[in-house]
Design a protein around this ligand. Structure first.
Ligand code: FES
Length: 65
């Protein structure tokens, strides 16, 4: 599903950026452009970052958040 509408970036691309080392919203933006428009997706990108770096804390969230 698309996380960033402005730049048409799906969660799979953001997860790939995180897997390759992006650890902040800005770094995800640098890697794939997500979050570089209106900024309304920053919270969603943050959820993906948190899920990647602290999965046990949000184990109850769906995998495609
Ligand atoms: S929805 Fe991501 S920058 Fe606008």
């Amino acid at each position: 599903m698309y996380v960033c509408i402005c730049e048409a970036v799906p969660d799979t691309v953001i997860r790939s950026c995180i897997a390759r080392g992006a650890s902040t919203v800005d770094e995800v933006g640098d890697a794939c452009g997500a979050g570089t428009g209106c900024g309304s997706c920053h919270d969603h990108i943050d959820v993906l970052l948190t899920a990647s770096y602290a999965p046990s804390e949000i184990a109850g969230l769906p995998a495609t958040a």
